[in-house]
Design a binder for this molecule. Structure first.
Ligand SMILES: [Zn+2]
Length: 246
């Protein structure tokens, strides 16, 4: 199973991911410079001979990663150098030889200590952002829409990134942002496991309570418990359905 988990069949790659990857390669190779305006959506659709919705999705993904910025009129420009700073790490991770276990081990190393620091350093604003993320996860779970999984997962990721932000350590925040895409893939595989998203929601509430209570020990322990459980669910998910690499 661990062998199988390291290979992702080509046909299961989504078109928008391939487009995003090509644009990202152009940025990282400096063929597209900070401030350069990307070709318009219609032009990209023609160049990639793909559907317009795939181009749109790719642009949305790069925008959410802070690699491109909206110019307002539907066009996008490559983000400034500060935002591109963490792209080498993301590139490394996207070309990854990393196994799912490597990723969860790294998450434990980073996020358990991040939770402890967040308990000491957070502001009211961080708690409000964590609450909003928890509410959105619950709303995603309760909804019947096609996008319920995406809503839930984006909110889940936002919760974890907010904790990194609450440490006040910018490097930690950038590292978590760079890890986000690879974590997203793992989370997609467990959203469909009965009971798993509900369990994560409860654990997020427990982590939030420990941070709000300014209890670093408990925040660290709750985060560890959460990550250990999620990793074991990802493994279970892979055993049931080998199509998603963690
Ligand atoms: Zn989580």
């Amino acid at each position: 199973m661990s062998q199988a988990a390291q290979y992702e069949p080509i046909e299961r790659r989504k078109v928008y991911e391939l487009i995003a990857e090509q644009l990202l390669a152009q940025i990282s190779e400096r063929r597209l410079q900070p401030g350069d305006v990307l070709p318009p959506e219609r032009e990209l659709t023609r160049l990639y001979r793909s559907g317009r919705s795939s181009v749109r999705e790719a642009l949305r993904m790069l925008e959410s990663q802070g690699l491109i910025e909206s110019m307002g009129n539907g066009s996008f420009a490559v983000a400034g150098y500060a935002n591109l700073l963490h792209s080498p790490l993301r590139l490394l991770l996207s070309l990854d030889q990393a196994t799912m276990h490597d990723i969860y081990e790294l998450r434990q190393i980073l996020e358990c200590e991040a939770a402890a620091l967040a308990a000491e350093r957070h502001t009211a604003e961080h708690l409000a952002l964590m609450d909003a993320a928890i509410e959105e996860m619950a709303a995603g779970l309760a909804s019947a829409g096609d996008d319920r999984g995406d809503r839930y997962i984006e909110a889940d990721l936002r919760f974890h990134v907010t904790i990194a932000d609450a440490t006040g350590n910018g490097l930690l925040l950038h590292t978590m942002q760079a890890l986000r895409d690879i974590i997203r893939r793992a989370l997609m595989s467990i959203f469909r496991i009965p009971g798993s998203p509900e369990a994560s929601l409860e654990q997020h509430r427990a982590i939030r309570a420990a941070i709000a209570g300014r209890d670093p020990e408990r925040a660290r322990a709750q985060m560890r418990e959460h990550l250990v459980r999620v990793e074991s669910d990802v493994r279970g998910g892979l055993a049931v359905d080998g199509s998603v690499r963690g």
